[in-house]
Design a protein around this ligand. Sequence first.
Ligand SMILES: *[C@@H]1O[C@H](CO)[C@@H](O)[C@H](O)[C@H]1NC(C)=O
Ligand SMILES: *[C@@H]1O[C@H](CO)[C@@H](O)[C@H](O)[C@H]1NC(C)=O
Ligand SMILES: *[C@@H]1O[C@H](CO)[C@@H](O)[C@H](O)[C@H]1NC(C)=O
Ligand SMILES: *[C@@H]1O[C@H](CO)[C@@H](O)[C@H](O)[C@H]1NC(C)=O
Length: 670
Amino acid sequence: MVTIISNGRSSITVFIILCCILLHLADIQAATPPSFSFDNFSQAEDKDSFEFLGGGATIDNASLQITQDTTENVPNLLNRFGRIMYKHPFNMWLSDEIQASFNSNFVINIFRKPAWNAGEGLAFLIAPDLSIPDASYGQWLGLTNAINDGKQTNKIVAIEFDTEKQDYDPNDNHIGLNINSVNSTATVSLDDYNIELSPEVPTNYRVWVHYNGTSKVMEVYMVQDGQPKPEKPLLSKTISLKEYVNQKSYFGFAASTGNPQIELNCVLKWSLEIDDLQKKSDLLWLKIGAGVGVPLVTLLILCGVLYLNKRKRRGKGGDEESKVLGTQLRWLPGMPREFKYKDLKKATNNFHESMRLGQGGFGVVYKGILQDKDHKSGTEIAVKKFSRDSVQSKDDFLAELTIIHRLRHKHLVRLVGWCYEKGKLLLLYDFMPNGSLDKHLYEASNENTLNWRRRYRILAGVASALHYLHNEYDQKVVHRDLKASNILLDSDYNARLGDFGLARALDNERNSYAELGLAGVPGTMGYVAPECFHTGRATPESDVYGFGAVVLEVVCSRSPGISINHHQRLYSLVDWVWMLHREGSIEEAVDERLGTDYVVDEAKRLLLLGLACSHPVASERPQTQDICQIISGIMLAPNVPPFKPAFTWPSMVTACSSTDSTLTNTTFSS
Ligand SMILES: *[C@@H]1O[C@H](CO)[C@@H](O)[C@H](O)[C@H]1NC(C)=O
Ligand SMILES: *[C@@H]1O[C@H](CO)[C@@H](O)[C@H](O)[C@H]1NC(C)=O
Ligand SMILES: *[C@@H]1O[C@H](CO)[C@@H](O)[C@H](O)[C@H]1NC(C)=O
Ligand SMILES: *[C@@H]1O[C@H](CO)[C@@H](O)[C@H](O)[C@H]1NC(C)=O
């Protein structure tokens, strides 16, 4: 280590990286204002804490009045809109992982006279600035207007308390989670909870809005003021706020009235506690340490290994070499436990054929049982033994190790240990009792076939793992070999993506298939994106293509590599599903063994998603973020054209097939 660091060039690199870290830290907001709590509101004392927007917003009668506060002058209440925002912004997130949790608690009163027809509604709001859209009265709730409703640039997330039914609303007494639009992502009718938002007898309601920045779950609780907080939330939704709101965002309320629907929109009490991300920037240090430091240290160590190996090769044999490599591996920060070769030999019954689980990239996987010291119980593991005759297997091993030992996600197979002795390379993983996905799709008997819930959950899990690799991890990682046999199932049939033998961090051009010294593309037919045959390179988009193949495979229980005979013609799986889609009978593609035990809407959504991911043009495929949202139902299923667009090379994004559109009288190539 010391010799490496004292090398001139490395020291400069270290210096530059340290500078970058310092600059990055300086970027983070210096101070976050404290959380706040108002038991009542006073015009004299509290007005400076808030921004009043929309004309009628005031503090009156000890409450925030989001719209005009009058009970006599009815014309003055028609078609009003307003916002009252807390003036200081808060840091909502530092990164995908570090998002601020918050708890907000408020008391609202949506007042109306018995003769009034209540409308339109009030909303708790997170917004990017201290402004309000013009003409956001009526259905727009002071949140959006006819022009900007639904736009991602709105950067707002709100909980609406809606007293007037629109086409997209369930009724005139509901709450909803609104993302950039008054058309809610999720709604809950309050009729089911014996709550009337704006009853004839004025009633105060207490609301709790919780957001957990770790689990990304948003929850809303609501009761008549004075009653205890209920155990269960009325509304609970997983939503990564970072995807929608500005890093610096403001909290407040918005409301509107219509014509003739009118109401007073009052907030009587309000408190907010939000994580001070400043404290968490300590964590960020660690993260940056891991993000920059680990790759750097890894790189330095690898350089060191190469250098030492070169020197050693001149003199001594392989034994020395592996000792050196082993020593260096021990240095990798965060490395899991090191195992002795003889223990692994014993655990796998001398790598006996009966313990063989399968063949992964570059090696065979065995089941192993590690005996505890007292020999009373054993821990099951999976041991991947890299094939010795692969000339490059040491590099493969290092490549796999440097990536996988730092990845942490509940849908990735966990690395639990390693061994490098006498030139033999082994990696230990959690044992997955339910084996790989392909076995369940093809080998299980009809009764044992995966049920729909499990299939759906498996795909959701794989999508979130892929999203992690592509976006949430500090370096972009492509998996490169996504297929059913690489998806393992734990005891609850949750998906765990495995086999990072081919994964490489997407940096300095190291993502080339050719670089692995393999003849051609290593993936399996049907999973490999068409452009890979031209570029020989894996990209996040080609991973998405592989994911699309897996989606179709899981829904249809058909292998992407096997042709389907339909009306005397052979179709690939994608082309077959695409044809059914065109014919308006896409649900016929669903695995017959499921019978009617599946959710038709979900199946259609997945099949359309599978087709969208199989788009021949890489740039047209959805990204993992949208994929996750489509699967969780937050986003609509993608629009898929009736005819599969043509693959073009070099890619021209807008190119569309003319041959396919005459499909009925030409032979379909598959
Ligand atoms: C308003 O609340 C504050 C504490 O937040 C309290 O000291 C004050 O007495 C209250 N005023 C009224 C009028 O209730
Ligand atoms: C003012 O607030 C009190 C207490 O919340 C309430 O009883 C009263 O109706 C309110 N008056 C008006 C005009 O809103
Ligand atoms: C509201 O959103 C749903 C899907 O979330 C969509 O189907 C519907 O068309 C939208 N309605 C309006 C009026 O925008
Ligand atoms: C937030 O979610 C994480 C992960 O699910 C959990 O461990 C933690 O306890 C939650 N925090 C709160 C305050 O509920």
